[in-house]
Design a binder for this molecule. Sequence first.
Ligand code: DLL
Length: 452
Amino acid sequence: MSTDNGPDEMTKKCWDEKYYQPEIERMDQEDLKLLQLERLKKVAEHCYRNIPFYRQSFDAVGFNPETIESLADLQKMPFTLKQDMRDAYPFDLFAVDVRDASRIHASSGTTGNATVVGYTTSDLENWGDCFARAIALVGGDSTSIMQVSYGYGLFTGGLGAHEGGNRIGATIIPMSSGNTKRQVQMLKDMGSDILACTPSYAMLIADTAVEMGYDPATDFKVSAAILGAEPCSEGMRNEIERKLGVTVVDIYGLSEVMGPGVSCECRYQDGLHVAEDHFLIEIVDPDTLEPVDEGEWGEVVFTTLTKECSPLIRYRTRDISRIIPGECACGRTHRRMDRISGRSDDMLIIRGVNVFPSQIQQVIADFSEVTSYYQIILSSKGPLDHVALMVETVPEFSFDEVRRIEDLQKRIMAELKSNLQISVEVRIVEPKSIERSEGKAKRVIDLRKAGE
Ligand code: DLL
């Protein structure tokens, strides 16, 4: 974007931007579609030949992968659900022998069998490439120092970021999550340029740094943060950017499909470019499962195009997003998905109104008296659900005057009512009352099932 006075600030920023794989990231859309078609044929045949689940589900709908002629044929293939992955525990959805896999990751499995995914050496390289694109687009390269404060282990955050750092040749500080004071000290002493962790943890690291007497925006070298694994409102992003003195880019992914790097924002911060050479994205209506029009919101569905060990066909993520129409000024041709507005299974129904916690987060972000820490507590009061929203004030807010607290409470309630048409009890709490997270924040506490 240029004006008569020359390029605007954002364009200037993007001119400095580096591409990790420019020939792929800026590939002509038509060539990209040809590449996708070739890969779709390959992956469908790979699934049919090597995974009994897919052989059965393709046969059940009379689909023969050899008949694929265009990307539209994807619509003929059946969906894969999280439950299918659970039922396949541990290795029934692997297309290669587990001993030929280089690594295994798994989801926590708190609500059923864990979902297990495997990676061959080539899968790990592709994953690393996807994350490396994110490192390059925040200006990183082989001279960068990146602190990885996502958890290492079966969770894909830590090792996914690590893989990306390795591919681009950066110096990696593999902190994992936890021990926050040490995180702060290392961030400062190692002179890291890039921080990779969840938005909640970036906030906690920033606040802890201030408590330790630092001003991270000026005392630390870190200039960019690659944050993901959970929703982050614009208000929270701005707060992290200001406190740490960084540019925040949002990175998305899920362990079933790969891990972090399935899509990532560029510096325009206007949608996340999907790694379309590795994944086919569809947005479907969660009720009818029909594709929605471009630009409409719906459930995100992914088909992996290059995975050898754990390929997936039309995996229903439950995440809600949309394709942002139009081209991005950064030069990348891969289409952009919008930031996740919620998960269909996170949706709260408050007295008949559907709301995502992220919408509540957006409303409170407009109040300067409160921080971005919040928690929603669901309980039963007689036959009805009771919803309480705990919001934490900034340190400068005085709790001495009851009238000020009540006034703030009323204003937040009124804003929630007018924006989201919901009536909730707002509880204003003092700084640090809400539990901090070193990984994904727990925003909703559901006491209904416990009968409390
Ligand atoms: O959270 C992978 C990841 C690690 C992504 C580090 C980004 C950074 P899972 O634990 O399998 O994998 O959780 C996947 O987290 O379906 C979304 O609901 C949510 N999620 C992931 N990234 C974002 C994001 C990792 N950028 C689930 N914004 C997904 C909002 C996100 N939600």
